[in-house]
Design a protein around this ligand. Structure first.
Ligand SMILES: Cc1cc2nc3c(=O)[nH]c(=O)nc-3n(C[C@H](O)[C@H](O)[C@H](O)COP(=O)(O)OP(=O)(O)OC[C@H]3O[C@@H](n4cnc5c(N)ncnc54)[C@H](O)[C@@H]3O)c2cc1C
Length: 481
C-alpha cells in the first residue's frame, strides 16, 4: 500500500490520537530532569494490541524508528528521541491501554494492560486484600509497561525482588507486528527459553509490551517503620546485618540516606516535613519490618532490633512511626529526595550497585575522589542499601553555575565508575541504560555478553526499528558509520 507514511500511521490510531503539533508533543520529548530534549515526527496513542501491531508492521515496512513510551519517568532517556536523532522517530505512548483486566485471588495474579499506572495497580491489589510490592517515587505516573521494560527496582526489592521476579507472563508485539501471547499464569513452566525475560529490562529495544500477568502477594498484617540516626555507612552495614539476622525476610526495607539528602528534603519538600529525629545526624536509615501473622509481631521485632542496636552502640537515635500517617511521612522523606535536589542546582547522578559489604569502602573512596575533583561539591547519597544500590548524586557547589559543575562531569564519572569496576559493581543498578549509559555499557561490559546482546537484537529486530540507539548498537562500534 502506498501513500504518505505519516497519514498511514495516523489512520491506524485515528487522527485525534496522532499528535504532531509542538505543544501536543512537548511532554513526550523531554525528560523530568530537563537534560534531554529531542524532536519526534509524531506521537501515536494506540488503543489496542491490534493497533500496536499495525503500527509496528508499517514501521518495519517503511524503516521508521519507533520509541515505546510509558509514563516518561525513566531516568536514562530510554523513552525519548535520540539526542543525535533527526526527528524521524515516532513515539508510541501506551497511556490509553491502561485497563486492569483481571484480579485472580486463587492464583494470586493480576492481568493488566501495559499502560496501567503503577499506583492504580497497587490500589487494585490492596482492594483485593493482596499486595503488588513494587514501590517507587514515580509510582503515581510510571506505567507497568515502563517498569517491566526497565526491570524497575524500588524499595521492596529486599523482600520481593526486582520487577523480573514479579512478572509471570507477558504479551508483546514484535517489530514485525507479530503478537506474542505469553500471558502465562503458571508458576512452573520449563518449556525452553523463558522469553519474557528478553522484554523485562529490554527497554523497548526488542518489541512493545502490551499486557502482563503480575504476581500478587499476601498483604502484610503488620508493618512498622523506624527512622534511625547513625554515624557512618559502616554502622549502617552493621545495623543491616543485625536486622537481617533477627528479622530474615520480615525486613522489608533498609534505605540509607546521607545528612545532605535529608537536609535538602526538609528544606524543599512541598509538604514542609518535620525533622524526624530531635537532632541532626551524619547518616540516616529508614528501616521497615513487616509481619504476616499478627500486626504486633512487626512491632515487637522492630523494637528488638533497635534496642539491641542501641545497646551495641550501632545507632545514635531512633524513632518508630506511631501511626499510619507518621509511617507515610517517613517514607515521603525518602521518596522526596529525588525531587528535593532540583532547587539546589545541577546534579551529576549515578544509579550504581556494589556488593552490600563493599558499601562503606566504596562511599569513603568515592567521596574522597569526587571532592578532589570538585572541592565544595555536595554529595547527595541515598539508596536501597539492602540491595547494594546507591543513588550517588553530586549537587553543584554553592555559587557555581550548572555549566561549571557539568564541565567536571566526565572526570567525576571516570572516578566513580573506576571504583564501581574495582568493587565488581554495576554501572546501572535499576534505571537501565537508555541513551545515557549506552556508550559506558559498550566500554565496560564483558565482550561475549555484548556479542550475545547484539545477536538477540539483530535476530528479533533485523531492521533496527525498535528504539534504535538505546542500550546497544546492533553492530560493533568499528562497523558503524
Ligand atoms: C522520582 C523518581 C523516582 C524513581 N525511583 C525509581 C526507583 O526507586 N527504582 C527504579 O527502578 N526506577 C525509579 N525511577 C525511574 C522510573 O520511574 C522507572 O524506570 C520506571 O520503571 C519507568 O516507567 P515509565 O512508565 O515512566 O517508563 P518510560 O520512562 O516511559 O520508559 C522507560 C523505558 O521503557 C520503555 N518502555 C516503556 N513502556 C514500554 C512498553 N510498554 N513496551 C516496551 N518498552 C516500553 C521505553 O522505551 C524506555 O526505554 C524513578 C523515577 C523518578 C522520576
Amino acid at each position: 500500500m502506498s501513500g504518505d507514511p505519516a497519514q498511514r500511521f495516523a489512520a491506524i490510531v485515528g487522527s485525534s490520537h496522532a499528535l504532531t503539533k509542538a505543544d501536543q508533543m512537548a511532554a513526550y520529548i523531554s525528560d523530568t530532569r530537563g537534560r534531554y530534549q529531542g524532536s519526534a515526527r509524531m506521537v501515536l496513542r494506540p488503543g489496542s494490541v491490534e493497533e500496536v501491531s499495525a503500527i509496528l508492521h508499517l514501521a518495519s515496512e517503511t524503516g521508521t524508528p519507533i520509541i515505546p513510551q510509558g509514563g516518561n519517568t525513566g531516568l536514562v532517556a530510554g523513552g525519548l528521541p535520540l539526542r543525535e536523532g533527526e526527528g524521524r522517530e515516532i513515539i508510541v505512548s501506551l497511556s490509553r491501554m491502561n485497563r486492569i483486566l483481571e484480579v485472580d485471588t486463587d492464583t494470586n495474579t493480576m492481568t493488566v494492560e501495559a499502560g496501567a499506572v503503577l499506583q492504580t495497580i497497587q490500589q487494585a491489589a490492596d482492594e483485593a486484600n493482596r499486595l503488588y510490592p513494587l514501590s517507587l517515587g514515580a509510582q503515581g505516573s510510571c506505567q507497568i509497561g515502563g517498569t517491566i521494560s526497565t526491570n524497575a527496582g524500588g524499595t521492596g526489592v529486599l523482600a520481593y525482588g526486582n520487577t523480573r521476579d514479579l512478572v509471570m507472563g507477558l504479551e508483546a508485539v514484535l517489530p514485525s507486528g507479530a503478537v506474542w501471547n505469553g500471558l502465562s499464569r503458571l508458576r512452573k513452566d520449563n518449556t525452553g527459553y523463558d522469553l519474557k525475560h528478553l522484554f523485562i529490562g529490554g527497554e523497548g529495544t526488542l518489541g512493545i509490551v502490551t499486557k502482563a500477568v503480575l504476581k500478587l502477594f499476601p498483604k502484610p498484617r503488620g508493618r512498622d517503620v523506624a527512622m534511625v540516626g547513625l554515624s557512618s555507612p559502616r554502622a549502617a552495614l552493621d545495623l543491616f546485618n543485625a536486622a537481617r539476622s533477627m528479622a530474615g525476610n520480615a525486613l522489608t526495607a533498609f534505605e540509607l540516606m546521607v545528612d545532605t539528602a535529608m537536609e535538602f528534603t526538609l528544606l524543599h519538600a512541598q509538604n514542609k516535613p518535620r525533622r524526624p529525629l530531635a537532632a541532626q545526624h551524619p547518616w540516616y536509615v529508614l528501616l521497615e519490618v513487616s509481619s504476616g501473622r499478627l500486626a504486633d509481631d512487626a512491632r515487637l521485632l522492630i523494637e528488638d532490633i533497635l534496642s539491641s542496636a542501641l545497646e551495641r552502640g550501632l545507632i545514635a537515635d531512633a524513632t518508630i512511626a506511631e501511626s499510619g500517617q507518621q509511617r507515610a511521612n517517613f517514607w515521603a522523606l525518602r521518596e522526596d529526595m529525588s525531587w528535593a535536589q532540583k532547587p539546589e542546582g545541577a546534579s551529576i547522578k549515578h544509579d550504581i550497585s556494589v556488593p552490600v559489604g563493599a558499601i562503606p569502602d566504596f562511599i569513603e573512596e568515592a567521596d574522597a575522589a569526587v571532592l578532589a575533583i570538585t572541592p565544595g561539591a555536595r554529595i547527595v547519597n541515598f539508596g536501597h542499601m539492602g540491595d547494594g544500590n546507591l543513588h550517588y548524586n553530586i549537587s553543584q557547589p554553592i555559587g557555581w553555575t550548572a555549566q561549571q559543575h557539568f564541565d567536571r562531569e566526565p572526570d567525576i564519572n571516570e572516578a566513580v565508575y573506576a571504583l564501581i569496576a574495582k568493587y565488581g559493581g554495576s554501572i546501572s543498578a535499576e534505571h537501565g541504560i537508555g541513551q545515557m549509559k549506552r556508550d559506558r555499557l559498550a566500554a565496560s561490559k564483558d565482550a561475549t555478553a555484548l556479542a550475545m546482546m547484539r545477536q538477540i537484537k539483530t535476530a528479533l529486530d533485523p531492521g533496527n526499528i525498535m528504539n534504535p540507539g538505546k542500550v546497544i548498537w546492533p553492530e560493533e562500534p568499528a562497523n558503524r558509520a
